[in-house]
Design a protein around this ligand. Structure first.
Ligand SMILES: Nc1ncnc2c1ncn2[C@@H]1O[C@H](COP(=O)(O)OP(=O)(O)OP(=O)(O)O)[C@@H](O)[C@H]1O
Ligand SMILES: [Mg+2]
Length: 153
């Protein structure tokens, strides 16, 4: 499957939210985005920027305890998942994530927990801490849909 990569410097929290907004502009039913990075790297901040780009200044809580927050957007349902607390893969079935990967747009923190359920076609966003307090985002697009959109992000 084709893939492409890109790195973006994120000087501050607003830049992380803006990257989320740019990714949101690419979303469609069945589009998956993984958000990887250490605790505090900015995964939820990016997801918040994406949700607010689509819905305005709504409350976007971290799904740390609920595992999933869903949002109704004009074109599709948007899932924001944080799988950190998943211990067994059966819990993923209960969440209904596999159906969501088909029909909804999904932003997934801690995608490592998905194991073989990780969608092949996806945008991977790996956030790391940069010198000076900012962050760096390494994006990898897998499959035609995301490779075609990477340039506009
Ligand atoms: N580009 C940036 N530069 C500096 N600080 C940032 C940047 N992006 C986000 N932050 C800050 O990083 C902190 C942690 O962000 P966030 O909660 O989004 O991390 P997370 O990756 O979701 O963490 P967790 O794994 O605990 O869920 C927040 O205080 C946020 O303001
Ligand atoms: Mg988080």
């Amino acid at each position: 499957m084709e893939s492409a990569e890109k790195t973006i410097e994120l000087a501050d929290e607003q830049a992380t939210e803006a990257l989320g907004a740019a990714i949101a502009a690419c979303l469609a039913p069945g589009a998956a985005v993984t958000l990887t990075g250490d605790l505090g790297a900015g995964k939820t901040t990016l997801a918040r920027g994406a949700v607010r780009a689509l819905l305005g200044q709504v409350e976007v809580p971290s799904p740390t305890f609920t595992l999933v927050q869903t949002y109704e957007t004009p074109g599709f349902e948007l899932w924001h998942a944080d799988l950190y607390r998943i211990e067994h893969e059966d819990e993923l079935d209960e969440l209904g994530l596999e159906d969501a990967f088909e029909d909804a747009a999904c932003l997934v923190e801690w995608p490592e927990r998905l194991g073989p359920r990780l969608p092949e076609r996806r945008l991977d966003v790996r956030l790391s801490f940069a010198e000076g307090g900012g962050r760096r985002a390494a994006l990898t697009a897998h499959g035609e849909f995301w490779v075609g959109r990477l340039e506009q992000i």
